[in-house]
Write a protein that binds this ligand. Structure first.
Ligand SMILES: [Zn+2]
Length: 290
């Protein structure tokens, strides 16, 4: 089954849910990076998390999840847009042992950042300290603290794939007239086994978990690993450094600056002529004064 996101809704209630599974996208994100197994598993969870959360965005844009800590895994960053393009990267200490695979040991003391980058408009960033014993806990804490939305995450990852389940009370509601609904569905969700999350078809899995509830399924969305880097974005990043610095770096690097995308390893080369051109005003640019 291709990588997917499955949204669902408990009928006549303010509780929504999503299921996500990434196999190909996960393997593509791991390729060429040589991540230790526990690091790869965290990266997979972060990819699933960001895909689940992107599906709840009301505006067009992308979502970036960052986990920064003082443990051996210093940074995990995962990004997804509404087209279903996911990319992710981890920075880790290659000399650490990784025998202890607990979240708190791997990430240490740190913070969780969620950035919404609308296609049009201001970016928004929320930051909370890392809390709890897992990424699921840390994200649950984020939604309680920043958004006041009861939200439950469950993740699983192995060598082949990563998957997750999210339940959330819709903004502007408490859990509705049925007081027991939220504790009931979150407890049912908590009974899911890793192999079920990673392997059972979504419709079947939702039936197994919630067969006593009325669950409405929406059409599934396809997800894929796709890097959003481009020559233009690399050029914009270079311009911000200033022409003097770029000339200097180019001279040190034998005449050409190579911008290596950390996510997909695409290399964009800028030679001396390219660098000077970056700073030439385009003759027919609409904002040109002449
Ligand atoms: Zn890239």
């Amino acid at each position: 089954m291709p990588d997917f996101l499955q949204r669902f809704h408990f009928q006549n209630t303010p509780v929504r849910g999503e299921l996500c599974r990434l196999n190909e996208a996960y393997r593509a994100a791991l390729a060429k990076h040589h991540y230790p197994e526990p690091v790869a598993a965290l990266l997979g969870q972060a990819m699933v998390a960001v895909a689940l959360m992107t599906a709840t965005l009301k505006l067009k844009g992308s979502l970036i999840l960052q986990i920064q800590g003082d443990g051996p895994v210093g940074l995990i960053m995962a990004e997804c847009n509404q087209a279903g393009d996911v990319r992710a990267i981890a920075r880790f200490d290659a000399d650490a042992s990784y025998a202890d695979t607990q979240w708190t040991t791997l990430t240490g003391v740190g913070r969780l950042l969620l950035t919404i980058e609308p296609d049009d408009g201001e970016r928004y960033q929320g930051i909370v300290p890392l809390e709890g014993a897992s990424l699921a806990d840390a994200l649950g804490h984020y939604f309680r603290q920043s958004e006041q939305l009861p939200t439950k995450f469950i993740f699983a990852a192995d060598n082949e794939g990563a998957a997750g389940l999210m339940l959330q009370v819709l903004p502007g509601h408490n859990s509705g007239e049925d007081d027991d609904l939220w504790p009931r569905v979150t407890q049912l969700a908590a009974t899911v086994k890793n192999e079920e999350l990673l392997g059972v078809a979504p419709e079947q899995l939702l039936y197994r978990l919630f067969h006593e509830e009325s669950v409405e399924l929406f059409p599934t969305t396809a997800l894929r690993f796709k890097c959003t880097c481009s020559r233009e974005r690399s050029a914009n990043a270079l311009v911000s450094l200033g022409v003097e610095d770029l000339r200097e770096v180019a001279a040190e690097q034998g005449g050409t600056i190579s911008v290596d995308c950390q996510f997909c390893h695409q290399v964009y080369g800028f030679d001396a002529v390219d660098i000077e051109q970056l700073f030439q005003p385009a003759a027919d640019a609409p904002d040109s004064v002449q």
